[in-house]
Design a binder for this molecule. Structure first.
Ligand SMILES: C[S@@+](CC[C@H](N)C(=O)[O-])C[C@H]1O[C@@H](n2cnc3c(N)ncnc32)[C@H](O)[C@@H]1O
Length: 325
């Protein structure tokens, strides 16, 4: 383990500075919530709850992937000794950094860089793990071409306004034969295995459905394509630099209704994740024009459905991986 200072990539000239002990300039407070200052369009708080959610997400996906941090031929890609160079992994939108730390422990000879808008990751990390502060929602992010063996981006598309360009940039930084793995949670509300759009009339979860509809509206206003999770495979094809594109969709129960123990663990973990996320949506709702009262009612009604569901709450995890041509 080493006590690492986070690097800051603030401009495209690759000028590197470091986050010191006082990291207050990376945070601002709105409505009592702490946000990043690197990209003010991203309106989910960067606070202790965000770090907790990152832990929950890490475990939820771990259980869904049956005890693995990734899907696809990651071990083979990392084993290939490409040009004899140092092997490198990039974790985009690393959040609390658990995935980056976990993969650094799993592959101790590979250099891992986790990138996020705010320094919310631990300072004590494995010596092969580094965290950078950098906005990835830019035409070209400040990482060199043909350099990385594996790029991972999980549950972060709501901070990227041009996801096609983002994928092109991932294609640029990957070395030929390198691998990308994208993992995104569905944004359309679901119940009993069906999308909100498939229900005609009352579903039994009107509070839950209304909040997710409102959240999608807020994201669209900020220029985010809320359908990215559903079309990861197609977007990879359009980016044109990938081959062997593979997609997979996992059903994710939310809550305590599954009867078998492995689904129940996922259901409990995802329930805790959404229980933490709902109150964090207040600022984005209000910044998008909802009155405080209306936003609070939307959140409270969704919580009511989360705590006392009449039908089974669930969602989907969309995963896609591909190899750079
Ligand atoms: C829901 S969290 C997921 C964290 C982590 N990937 C995980 O699976 O636990 C999304 C993270 O993406 C980061 N993010 C969103 N937009 C970003 C951007 N444009 N540049 C860098 N990081 C971004 C956020 O700051 C947040 O920490």
């Amino acid at each position: 383990m080493s006590a690492y200072q986070h690097r800051i990539f603030s401009d495209p000239q690759f000028e590197i500075d470091f986050v010191g002990p006082d990291d207050s300039s990376f945070f601002r407070t709105i409505l009592g919530f702490r946000f990043n200052t690197t990209n003010t369009r991203y309106m989910i708080p960067a606070d202790e709850d965000a770090v907790r959610r990152s832990h929950l997400l890490y475990h939820m996906v771990w259980f869904l992937f049956k005890g693995k941090r990734y899907l696809g031929p990651v071990a083979e890609v990392l084993r290939a000794n490409f040009d004899g160079r140092q092997r490198q992994i990039l974790d985009l939108g690393t959040g609390g950094g658990q995935w980056a730390i976990g993969i650094a422990d799993e592959f101790p000879r590979v250099e891992v860089t986790g990138v996020d808008l705010a320094p919310i990751q631990p300072r004590l990390v494995p010596s092969n793990c580094t965290f950078d502060i950098c906005d990835l929602d830019v035409p070209e992010f400040p990482y060199p071409a043909d350099s990385y063996d594996f790029v991972h981006a999980r549950v972060m598309h709501t901070g990227i306004s041009d996801y096609t360009q983002f994928l092109r940039d991932i294609g640029r930084v990957l070395r030929p034969g390198g691998m990308v793995l994208l993992v995104e949670l569905e944004l359309e509300a679901m119940a009993d295995g069906r999308m909100a759009s498939e229900f005609q009339g009352y579903s039994g979860l009107s509070g839950w459905f209304s909040l997710w509809e409102a959240y999608q509206y807020c994201l669209k206003r900020r220029g985010i394509d809320v359908n990215v999770p559903k079309k990861l495979g197609r977007l990879l094809e359009e980016a044109a630099s990938f081959r062997n594109i593979t997609v997979r969709v996992d059903s994710v129960p939310i809550g305590f209704w599954p009867r078998n123990s492995s689904d129940l663990v996922v259901g409990e973990t995802s329930w805790m994740y959404y229980d933490s996320l709902l109150p964090s949506m207040l600022p984005i709702l209000m910044e998008s024009g909802y009155s405080e009262g209306h936003a609070k009612v939307l959140i409270r009604s969704a919580q009511e459905d989360l705590y006392h569901p009449i039908v089974h709450t669930c969602t989907q995890l969309h995963t896609a991986w591909a190899i750079k041509k």
